[in-house]
Design a binder for this molecule. Structure first.
Ligand code: HEC
Length: 197
């Protein structure tokens, strides 16, 4: 966290206020530091400090917002919102992209290697599908898997705990996911996979 900078205008105003109040208690004994000038400066300082505080609160809020947005787990549960990580992945259909998108958005429930054992899986009913279970997954077509990912579990009569990702992931990213998911299967998947583009 960056140290809070006090604008030089505030430092200057404070110094001026101190100087004025010192000279205000001059030999003639009149309390001049309540003069219009001093009061104006003090009000200006107060206003600037309030302003500063507002700005600090504002940037703290912005940071909180950022960390919320970059926490795919918390977000994925409700909105199927893709995290920033995979948006940086290059375009096209590839195993690498699939793995990156999977790690960022799916592993929280499905587990890093598709064992259905991600950190969020514990409380889920039904449990996240085991993508490593070839006996189950190999019987599902690419089209079916695409639909589940894009439109959510509910679109294929499954649990809505499996959120729709079609608005936050591109077609290439979803196809890349399928390529990656197919590599997790045991026994191995031997059917067709979405092509490279
Ligand atoms: C919030 C937890 C959660 C996240 C995150 C999640 N899923 Fe799921 N997913 C589930 C659950 C729960 C099911 C099981 C639904 C059912 O059996 O009714 C499921 C099922 C599936 C299935 C199997 C569908 C079927 O027909 O059996 C696939 C494929 C799938 N998810 C892919 C993904 C992919 C790809 C991602 C990442 C883009 C993802 N999931 C993210 C919870 C999640």
């Amino acid at each position: 966290m960056a140290p809070t900078r006090v604008p030089s205008s505030i430092v200057f105003a404070l110094l001026t206020a101190v100087l004025l109040s010192l000279t205000g208690c001059g030999d003639d004994g009149t309390e001049r530091f309540e003069s219009e000038e001093t009061r104006a400066i003090r009000e200006k300082v107060r206003a600037e400090m309030a302003n500063e505080r507002l700005e600090r609160i504002g940037s703290r809020l912005a940071r909180m917002n950022e960390s919320l947005a970059s926490s795919p787990n918390a977000f994925a549960l409700t909105s199927g919102e893709a995290s920033d990580d995979e948006e940086e992945a290059s375009a096209g259909v590839s195993l690498e992209n699939g793995e990156a998108v999977y790690t960022a958005n799916c592993s929280s429930c499905h587990g890093a290697r598709g064992q259905g054992d991600g950190p969020l899986s514990a409380g889920l009913q039904p449990q996240p599908a085991k993508h490593a279970d070839g006996g189950y997954m190999n019987a599902l077509s690419n089209e079916h898997i695409y639909k589940v990912i894009a439109e959510g579990g509910a679109a294929v009569g499954k649990s809505s705990m499996m959120a729709p990702w079609g608005t936050s992931l591109s077609e290439d990213q979803i196809n890349s996911l399928i390529v990656f998911i197919r590599t997790l299967a045991d026994p191995a998947y031997t059917g067709p996979v979405p092509g490279e583009s």
